[in-house]
Design a protein around this ligand. Structure first.
Ligand code: SAH
Length: 362
């Protein structure tokens, strides 16, 4: 049946700020304070459905839920959990379904004093980095603001703990969807009370986007205090192109110039991620080349030992090899850390839970 009545809301309520929710309540013929109640229930209480927001008048709730979509389940913009996978160390991967039936991954990574949520910015990814499971399936679409914020709420709900950190290191390339990413950061800080400094945006590099990311962040967030992490993975252009096909359109020198520009505009130092692939980019000689490349740069290098994926036979380097690479950087005065592998027993590498779910035998 096709309803003649206009939908009571064009966009999901999740992702809207207090002022927008108040304006929306007024547009629905309700007093503005209903917007404050909605805000409290959506963000602080984590309501999943309008019907659950018991402080709202019942008749209004019912008419909204009826108009939103069959059953009203998505009026708020929350996803549905399809699969949950919990590793021995507590790392919790969720496979979530969007309203249009696409699935995406989000991961909660707990430690004693923090809970980090690794969020996806896209369903799939067009960048096709060779070592990345997500890249094997191409891009479906970018995520909207509510679909990014929902991931943080889902992890909070499942792990019964307030996330302290958010990293855009799940599926997708955040710099291909800057508007949604910045709006999501704004929502996480303003509506969920997170600190911008506890948020990291990771990119493999999209030509001509880094300076505009810096400028748009200042414009829309008032300041650019989140951490920018750039996935470098190689100390020279030729090897980088082998690992990251899109790198051919973005010379390493230009990428680093853009990073310097980002530092100038934001006053924040940049992190570089470097995946260690045994026998390919993990020789101490390559660490020396990396140190030379980054000379004079306010930066930090994060080494990530490769998490094996099915489609490729790259090697995970031995702990000794990782340590030798780390030491070679440290000796050259590069600030460096090694990312501890979390939840390796539960398809830790990006995009793997989704691929497992797609297999008919599971
Ligand atoms: N597109 C963005 C963010 C998503 S990937 C980016 O490339 O930065 C987040 C991080 O996970 C990147 O540093 C990426 O290189 C790393 N990664 C992807 N596949 C991996 C694997 N199999 N093992 C280890 N790290 C991986």
């Amino acid at each position: 049946m096709i309803s003649e009545a206009p939908s009571p809301q064009a966009v999901p309520l999740l992702g809207l700020g207090l002022g927008e929710l108040e304006a929306w309540a007024v547009s629905q013929g309700q007093p503005a304070f209903r917007g404050r109640q909605l805000h409290d229930w959506i963000y602080a209480k984590g309501a999943r459905r309008l019907a659950d927001i018991s402080v709202l008048p019942k008749a209004w709730r019912e008419s909204l839920a009826a108009g939103a979509d069959p059953g009203g389940a998505n009026a708020l913009g929350r996803s549905r959990e399809l699969l949950r996978s919990v590793a021995k160390d507590g790392t919790t991967k969720l496979l979530l379904s969007t309203a249009d039936g696409l699935s995406l991954e989000t991961v909660g990574i707990p430690s004693r004093d923090r809970l980090t949520v690794c969020v996806s910015s896209q369903v799939g990814c067009p960048m096709a980095c060779r070592f990345c499971a997500t890249g094997k399936g191409g891009l479906q679409r970018s995520l909207a603001v509510h679909e990014i914020v929902d991931q943080v709420l889902c992890v909070r709900e499942v792990m019964e703990r307030r996330p302290s950190h958010v990293v855009f290191m799940g599926m997708g390339e955040p710099l291909l969807t800057i508007d949604s990413v910045l709006a999501a950061i704004h929502c996480l800080c303003t509506d969920l009370g997170m600190a911008q400094r506890q948020i990291t945006v990771s990119t493999v590099g999209v030509p001509a986007t880094l300076p505009s990311l810096a400028e748009l962040a200042l414009e829309r967030l008032g300041r650019a205090q989140f951490t920018l992490a750039v996935s470098l993975h190689a100390p020279d252009q030729a090897l980088r192109e082998q690992l990251i096909p899109t790198a051919h359109a973005y010379p390493l020198e230009t990428l680093l110039d853009d990073c310097r520009r980002y530092v100038e505009i934001t006053g924040r130092r940049v992190s570089f991620e470097y995946i260690l692939l045994g026998g390919l980019n993990d020789h101490p000689r390559q660490a020396a080349a990396l140190a030379t490349l980054l000379r004079g740069f306010q930066s930090h290098v994060n080494l990530i030992p490769y998490n094996p994926i099915e489609e490729e036979d790259f090697q995970r380097p031995s702990p000794e090899r990782v340590e030798a690479f780390r030491r070679a950087l440290q000796e050259r005065h590069v600030a460096v850390s090694v990312r501890a592998s979390r939840g390796l027993d539960e398809d830790a590498a990006c995009g793997q839970l989704r691929r497992r779910a797609a297999l008919p035998s599971l």
